[in-house]
Ligand binder design. Structure first.
Ligand SMILES: [Mg+2]
Length: 274
C-alpha cells in the first residue's frame, strides 16, 4: 500500500534534481546514472518541468548546464541553479549591485557577474563570497579576512568540508569552501552565512523563479543532509535515491528533518509511480 505522497507523486509538476551522485557521478566525472536519465525522460514525456538545484559552486550555472546537456539531460540554462547562482541571488535580494570579492575557480564569479553584482578585487567590499577554489592564494585569503574584519558580510557558497574531484589533471580529495571559510571565521570571529542546500530559502527562491508552489514540487537527491533536509524544510515532497555512500558529500543539515517522503534504490521505482 503506497503512502499518501507516493499516490500523489504523479500530480507534481516541478521536479528539482540534484546533480552529483544523483544524475551523474560528479561534474568532473559525468558518468550517467541510467535510472536517473530514464526518470528524467519519462517526466519530460509527461510534460513535467525538470530543473537543477546543485550545491556545486566551483562551476557556474552555464557550465553545469553544459556538462548535463553533453550527457543527455536536456533542459534550459534558465532552469539550472548552481550554488553560486543561489548565493548571487541571496546577495542581490539584499543589496542589488553590491561590491563583492569572490573567491572561486571562475564559476561562481560568472554567476555573480550574470546577476549584475559588482565583482571587484579592491575595497570597499560589502560581501566576501567564498566558493571552492583549488588555486586559492594566501593574498586572496588574507584580503578576504581583512575585508570581513572591516565589516564585509561573509558568504560561504555551498558548504562542503571536502569533496572528490579532478584539478589540473589530478584526482584527489580536496578541501571544500566550508573549510576555507572556517579559516576566515577563526581569524575574524565572524560567522558566515552558508548559501547552499539545505538552506530553505534557496529552494523557495528557485520554485518562485520557476513559478511553482512547494506543494506542486519534488526534490530528488542522494544526500539526506542537503537535498532532503532542505526540500523538507521548504515544504516540498522529497525523494532520496540510495547511491554509493562513498560519494555522498558531507554538509551540515542545520537541524532540519532528514527523513525523505520516499526512499528508493533506483529511480526506476519512481517511473512506476507516474
Ligand atoms: Mg548529490
Amino acid at each position: 500500500m503506497p503512502g499518501v505522497s507516493e499516490m500523489n507523486i504523479r500530480e507534481k509538476n516541478l521536479w528539482l534534481f540534484d546533480v552529483d551522485n544523483t544524475l551523474i557521478r560528479d561534474v568532473d566525472h559525468p558518468d550517467v546514472f541510467q535510472d536517473a536519465l530514464r526518470l528524467w525522460n519519462a517526466l519530460k514525456t509527461k510534460g513535467k518541468t525538470n530543473a537543477i538545484l546543485t550545491n556545486v559552486g566551483r562551476l557556474s550555472s552555464r557550465q553545469i548546464h553544459d556538462v548535463l546537456e553533453s550527457v543527455g539531460f536536456h533542459t534550459e540554462i534558465e532552469k539550472t541553479f548552481s550554488a553560486g547562482a543561489a548565493a548571487a541571488a541571496y546577495v542581490h535580494n539584499r543589496s542589488p549591485g553590491a561590491r563583492c570579492f569572490v573567491i572561486s575557480e571562475g564559476g561562481a564569479t560568472e554567476d555573480f557577474v550574470s546577476r549584475g553584482l559588482n565583482v571587484t578585487n579592491n575595497p570597499p567590499i560589502e560581501y566576501v563570497a567564498v566558493a571552492a577554489d583549488r588555486g586559492l592564494t594566501f593574498a586572496e585569503l588574507n584580503f578576504a579576512t581583512k575585508m570581513v574584519r572591516e565589516g564585509a558580510q561573509l558568504i560561504c557558497i555551498s558548504g562542503s568540508f571536502e569533496y572528490r574531484g579532478v584539478y589540473l589533471g589530478m584526482e584527489d580529495v580536496y578541501i571544500g569552501e566550508r573549510s576555507i571559510v572556517a579559516a576566515i571565521e577563526h581569524a575574524t570571529g565572524v560567522t558566515s552565512v552558508v548559501v547552499g542546500k539545505p538552506l530553505p530559502e534557496i529552494f523557495t527562491e528557485t520554485m518562485t523563479i520557476l513559478g511553482f508552489a512547494a506543494d506542486d514540487a519534488v526534490m530528488v537527491g542522494d544526500n539526506p543532509a542537503s537535498d532532503i533536509a532542505g526540500g523538507n524544510a521548504a515544504g516540498m515532497t522529497t525523494i532520496l535515491v540510495n547511491r554509493d555512500s562513498e560519494n555522498i558529500v558531507q554538509f551540515d543539515s542545520q537541524g532540519h528533518d532528514l527523513k525523505p517522503d520516499i526512499a528508493v534504490n533506483s529511480l526506476e521505482e519512481i517511473i512506476e509511480l507516474l
